[in-house]
Design a protein around this ligand. Sequence first.
Ligand SMILES: Cc1cc2nc3c(=O)[nH]c(=O)nc-3n(C[C@H](O)[C@H](O)[C@H](O)COP(=O)(O)O)c2cc1C
Length: 224
Amino acid sequence: MDVIEAVKRRKSIRGYKPDPVPKEVLGEILELASRAPSAMNTQPWEFTVLTGDVLEIVRRNNVALLNSGAPPNPEHVVVNWPKESIYRQRQVDLAKQLFQLMDIPREDKEKRAKWLERGFRYFDAPAVIIISTDRCLSESGPLLDIGAAIQTICLTALHVGLGTCIEDQGVAYPEVLRKYAQIPESKRIIAAIAIGYPDWDFPANKVDTEREPIRNVTTWLGFD
Ligand SMILES: Cc1cc2nc3c(=O)[nH]c(=O)nc-3n(C[C@H](O)[C@H](O)[C@H](O)COP(=O)(O)O)c2cc1C
């Protein structure tokens, strides 16, 4: 797939077909992702790929912790924007769009809770990639490199008909991943990517997120 087409077509997929994704296909995607640039070629990413029984156990334990009221315990600061900011507004706009597509009324607490659970279940994707980095590295530096690798995964996945959703929710309970996905304490867990064949009939997959016009976020200097 042409790179521009891939960039335009990539979107977060929150509903998947149950069809398994072959290990070889996931391996090829990760090979390509490892071509991502990194500061001084440090390549600070590590991947743990889950499917089958182990993924089911992780899903179940994430949801159990969520429903027990356990506070999320991510290993880097994720949600930290002021309430009265454009960032919060964009978050609200996304939630409104998803709830409308999923027919979840604002006041329907039960449906909202079920939707939240889906995120902690990796939207029932047949496979999940957990990305971690070594704790001997700085806290923020590897995030840039890992971001490049993540986008490369999401774009190359499209080439073989796969959809993805990058997820903070999926790493909100690192203790679950340490126990069942065998990720040691020496690794900082950064993000999850749900991956699988999109179910295009799933309403949330019709989400069409907007972007701020580039003129509002760009300063041009030295041009006529
Ligand atoms: C670092 C990061 C974390 C994210 N975490 C979640 C998440 O936990 N749950 C979710 O549904 N989407 C998550 N997303 C997806 C974003 O909501 C999505 O990228 C954004 O709304 C833009 O939509 P698009 O990906 O369809 O273009 C995350 C994306 C990024 C980059």
